[in-house]
Design a protein around this ligand. Sequence first.
Ligand code: PMP
Length: 404
Amino acid sequence: MTAVYPSVEQQTAPADAGRTDPLAWLAAETAATAAAGLHRAPIARRCDGPAGDRSQQGLVDVASNDYLGLSTHPEVIAAGQGALARWGAGSTSSRLVVGTTQAHLDFEDALADFLGTPAALLFSSGYLANVGAITALAGSEDLIVSDGGSHASLIDGCRLSRAQVVVVPRGDVQAVRAALAGHARRRALVVTDSIYSIDGRCAPIAELYDAAQDFGATLLVDEAHALGVRGPGGRGVVAEAGLSGAPGLVVTTVASKSLGAQGGIVAGPALLREHLIDRARSFIFDTGLNPAAVGAAHRALEILRADPGLPQRLRASADLFARAAGAEVSESAVVSLIVGDPAAAVAAAQYCRDRGILVGCFRPPSVPAGTSRLRVTVRADLSAAELTRVAEVVDTALRRVGAR
Ligand code: PMP
């Protein structure tokens, strides 16, 4: 059968035909978001220069995830520049075509060695690593038990997998056991963050691993906020629990936080790496991680390895800040200070910014309704005096908006 297509004249509407704008609904939607105190554009402002420049301008950055200050370390920058000069401005294709350089492979080996796993695979972001790992490990015949505190990238991986997903209350090991008990699916996967990204608290990784093992399930742990922060030499909570390289354990983490660069990592058995290369769509169909990011992140990892005291100093600074700011507890570099109302949280963040302190401000959907908050990320390169000042300003901000 021959298809009959309209002529070009027929396809083109007259210029004055009173065209409608199908995106007109965006105005009402944005106004409704703003009315709920959840519009983000005013706070998503431009940042002039990297963290180093910000401090030269008298600004204190406790909003970024540059926990160890490595994003502006001269050797990290030089390594990024070296990789840029050597490999070019981009990877030029997916990893499977011609986008894998020796720099990618060397960094993967270094990460596997550091994390105590046989192999590691590099994705172009932590988000894509989580989505890729989960969708490659679980499909429509499987069960995923997802911790209620999981990062959005874990949640989106669960959604894309088409597996049956059971969300359990955050850190609730008994609920994980109950969800796994007697399930009738082909396989089961448990997913959780080790450090919850919003409040920096630590998940019960050893207990979750035991639960997964008891029911023959795989445990995937996102160590994005634990790398360089917790565990021996900054190897993370899995290492702290003595589980590095344990069977049935998959670790994901990022180069975009303590390593100050960019990139996502999945670490585990050699066959897991092979399987991800075959099946993880966010690996297969994505251009390989930028060589400059690979070079920079690799150097940052070497700096971390050469100075195992760095994570300890960071944790000491986080404890100091948490005490000074009257926070409940510090279990990582992230300290969360609840405000409640989103507009009040924005006002408190603005008060801090007006005094040169860049704090994170988290509102729904990033946090549950009624728990909008300031999120302070302590950095190893901030002095005790700077941290004490930040704590004082944050405390005043919280009092002014009635959160204290
Ligand atoms: N996992 C967690 C826990 C995170 O906090 C983040 C970043 N916000 C990611 C994954 C995603 O990492 P990336 O920014 O490298 O995509």
